[in-house]
Design a binder for this molecule. Structure first.
Ligand code: PGA
Ligand code: ZN
Length: 433
């Protein structure tokens, strides 16, 4: 079956926030088709690939007609006739065609939707589920076990995803004590339900935030941590079974070494802010923390990792923006010990893979991640398994753009059968939890 790219079709569709986004279909000569959909962040890092938006009055300026036109007028002629199995070659062409360091000309949204569509089409042409196709293109021996990722699942949303009602952006749980993906998701379902019940009992259940986590109707950040700890206990789990993960997304309220969390009555310098975080780590069963300080605060990342990196996973998201060079720098400086891997931060699948490989080579743990603006596409579930990332972060345990990705892992676990191994805590850069 010929795997040459025959045609592309770009269209505007709508993401989980009801905003326009880019969808690209890639058709191959042999009949296979792949479809990619660009996700979109709200708390974006300043060094990520640029999303091309039209501006103007329509849809709050979020329309993507320019990006769609770029796919049809520039990208399609450049990659028609190319072999979809040569992902690297196609992605290199996209990068060169754009010609900027941050994908600003053609748009990171145009490029990632195209790159994803080519990958989906390649897998379809081989009649393989994507996770299997990715494994078949890597050097992993065939009889190896297949790692199902440890999930990080949001229970309360906050920060830019909840109108800044609280400062912490994500309060998540990690079901480290599960034996399988099926059990892991069942455990989280109980915690999510328990948290909703506790909020209802307190007269504070007020819907959900952008990624499906309960709306954070709390007087301060620490109340949210207390409620999450209670929810884990109410669901019947102990320390070591379900642990907490936080995404502070500190760039949203800090820069230049000054932190002004909206719920606290005062400003903190970097050292004072780190003291707050260390006190939370000492008080609550926290196992992972993301962007603890702002993306411009390298000294703060280094100081926090020195103080806490032996007992918690320290993830760089806005700090590393899925960029291999930044990952290597951070490893050399000991500025974190894990990386969030978001394909649209990089702009192509191959650059996303490069960031993941760089992180593994440095001994970092790797967490494939969705964005706050998502779609029905389930590619990241497959990337987490096919690339053996070890962890996956998708948002909460509600709303089908999230559940589609968790449910896909159940299907993958079933398809893998006896070779499936749930990651649990083995994938964390820590010992003796
Ligand atoms: P974003 O949030 O998609 O809005 O950037 C996700 C995250 O910060 O991890
Ligand atoms: Zn983040």
């Amino acid at each position: 079956m010929s795997t040459q790219i025959q045609s592309l079709q770009a269209r505007r569709i709508w993401d989980s926030r009801g905003r326009p986004t880019v969808e690209v279909d890639v058709h191959l000569e042999g009949g296979a088709m792949g479809r990619g959909i660009a996700p979109a962040g709200a708390s974006t890092g300043s060094h990520e690939a640029i999303e091309l938006r039209d501006g103007g009055a329509d849809f709050g300026g979020y329309d993507v007609q320019k990006a769609l036109a770029n796919v049809m007028r520039e990208i399609a002629p450049a990659i028609i006739g190319r072999d979809a199995l040569d992902q690297r070659g196609v992605d290199d062409t996209l990068i060169a065609l754009d010609g900027t360091s941050n994908k600003a000309r053609l748009g990171g949204n145009a490029l990632i939707a195209t790159s994803m569509a080519v990958l989906h089409a390649a897998a379809a042409s081989q009649r393989l589920p994507l996770w299997r196709y990715l494994q078949s293109t890597s050097a992993a021996p065939h009889d190896q076990s297949v790692i199902l990722p440890l999930p990080e699942i949001q229970i309360f949303g906050g920060g830019a995803h909840a109108g800044r009602r609280i400062d912490i952006q994500d309060l998540l749980v990690m079901p480290v004590g599960a034996q399988s993906m099926a059990e892991a998701l069942a455990m989280v379902a109980e915690v999510y339900r328990a948290a909703g019940d506790l909020m209802a009992d307190a007269g504070r259940r007020a819907g959900v935030a952008d990624e499906g986590g309960w709306w954070p109707d709390f007087a301060n950040n620490e109340e949210a941590l207390q409620m999450l700890t209670r929810a884990i206990e109410k669901a019947g789990y102990r320390h070591g079974e379900v642990m907490i993960s936080l995404d502070i997304a500190a760039s949203e309220f800090g820069s230049g070494g000054v932190y002004r969390p909206g719920l606290e009555k005062r400003a903190y310098d970097t050292g004072e802010w780190i003291e707050v975080l260390l006190r939370w780590l000492a008080t609550y069963p926290i196992l992972s923390i993301e962007d603890p300080v702002a993306e411009d605060d390298t000294a703060g990342m280094i100081a926090f990792t020195a103080a806490a990196g032996h007992k918690v996973q320290v993830i760089g998201d806005d700090y590393l923006v899925t960029n291999a060079a930044r990952v290597r720098d951070a490893a050399a400086q000991k500025a974190c010990n894990a990386v969030l891997i978001k394909p649209n931060q990089a702009g192509t699948i191959s650059e996303t893979f490069d960031a993941l490989q760089a992180a593994k080579a440095c001994g970092f743990s790797t967490v494939v991640s969705a964005r706050s603006g998502e779609s029905e596409d389930v590619m990241i579930s497959h990337l987490s398994v096919g690339w053996n990332a070890g962890q996956l972060k998708v948002g909460s345990f509600a709303r089908s753009e999230r559940m589609a990705k968790w449910n896909e892992l159940l299907r993958i676990e079933e398809a893998v059968g006896a070779r499936a191994r749930y990651a649990g805590a083995d994938v964390l850069p820590l010992v003796g939890i």
